[in-house]
Write a protein that binds this ligand. Structure first.
Ligand SMILES: Nc1ncnc2c1ncn2[C@@H]1O[C@H](COP(=O)(O)OP(=O)(O)O)[C@@H](O)[C@H]1O
Ligand SMILES: [Mg+2]
Length: 345
């Protein structure tokens, strides 16, 4: 039987370009080559689709993060010659439905959530009210649009401080903690809002939740969302919160799987994770992130294309859940093949 041709797509226009390359390197090294023929497809920071050579550097080399070069030979979605695409893309233009829309238009199947779930999952200002409507608790907060901020900063600052202190300020559609700050007073709040607005035109201000960060990986198996054991993120060293450096650069993060929680809490979080997955109509995979305060379970966010290397939280959670990294990839490809494109019957 001819092997299924899978295009592993990485890079992209978002600030998570480099992380995407690292995830793709993982997929390329673990994909079951007895079943699939993998082809690397790059998207440059300017958005060009390119074909990197087979030995292209996708991992961190010393201090240098990988990047898809603008100089590589160009291609386009219509001439890839693959059976399906595996977008290992994080953030806007990859995880937010735009890439997925392009696949739908071109009639090419793809791994992961569709247009709507991707778009809503990316935008915390939309995901939060949907989670709430399904009975999940979210951090109290407000959304600030850049246009309103330009007009009425004082009123917005006054309203934001009603959510107590400290506060978290973050772009509605970012990732990897980019643009996120923890603030303790109005002066810092103003700086943080302006900073977050450099990443997005819409910003969230939230009460800081004092609690442990617990994550759960969801994988769709035969059309059903299944939750992994839950893990706790432990940050050692000098970090105010789970910021970019803690996530990727300085080995200061550990994930403890299964998280040590009181009886029943792990099951409840796992249950909330699949509820969140279904609430948004996700497909394939997602990582759902929570805070656990000791009494309350608060959903923070969902990632429809979480970091996906063999050592990422997603893979570690499933390793303990009994599914190897290689089998995760196979499952994702098989469920993408089984799923019809678009909503028309
Ligand atoms: N309301 C909040 N309370 C406490 N910590 C928060 C809050 N919002 C964000 N954080 C911290 O900031 C990190 C990044 O925020 P998050 O909303 O997960 O954005 P991203 O999509 O960039 O991962 C979280 O993992 C957590 O450490
Ligand atoms: Mg997060």
């Amino acid at each position: 039987m001819a092997k299924i041709k899978v295009g592993i797509v990485c890079g992209g226009k978002s600030s998570e370009h480099e992380i995407s390359c690292i995830s793709a390197a993982g997929v390329l090294s673990a994909i079951d080559t007895s079943k699939y023929e993998a082809k690397l497809i790059g998207i440059t920071k300017s958005g060009k689709w390119v074909l990197p050579p087979e030995n292209y550097q996708l991992t961190i080399e010393g201090e240098k993060l990988p990047e898809i070069s603008e100089e590589l030979p160009e291609t386009n979605i219509a001439e890839l010659g693959v059976d399906l695409l595996f977008p290992v893309l994080h953030g806007p233009y990859g995880e937010d439905g735009t890439f997925q829309g392009q696949c739908e238009m071109a009639g090419i199947k793809y791994v992961g959530s569709g247009v709507l779930a991707s778009a809503v999952g990316m935008d915390k200002s939309f995901a939060k009210p949907i989670f709430q409507a399904h009975g999940l608790e979210v951090a109290p907060g407000m959304v600030i649009n850049e246009s309103d901020w330009q007009i009425d900063q004082d009123r917005i600052l006054a309203k934001a401080t009603e959510f107590g202190k400290p506060l978290f300020v973050k772009p509605a559609r970012s990732g990897s903690s980019r643009g996120t700050s923890k603030v303790k007073n109005v002066k810092e709040l103003k700086v943080a809002i302006n900073f977050a607005l450099q990443f997005d035109t819409k910003v969230l201000v939230e009460s800081a939740i004092i609690g442990r960060e617990i994550e759960c990986a969801v994988l769709q198996l035969n059309g059903v969302a299944v939750a992994s054991p839950v893990g706790e993120i432990k940050i050692v060293g000098d970090h105010e919160f789970y910021d970019f450096e803690a996530k990727y650069l300085d080995d200061s993060t550990q994930v403890i799987v299964p998280a040590k929680l009181e009886f029943g809490v792990q099951e409840e979080i796992a249950n909330f994770a699949t509820m969140a997955f279904d609430a948004l109509g996700c497909e394939g995979l997602a990582r759902v992130d929570f805070f656990y305060t000791g009494s309350k379970i608060i959903i923070n966010e969902i990632n429809t294309m979480p970091g996906f290397t063999s050592t990422s939280v997603f893979a570690k959670l499933w390793e303990v859940g009994g599914i190897s990294y290689k089998d995760l990839i196979t499952n994702l490809i098989e469920s993408a093949i089984a799923r019809p494109l678009n909503v028309m019957r």
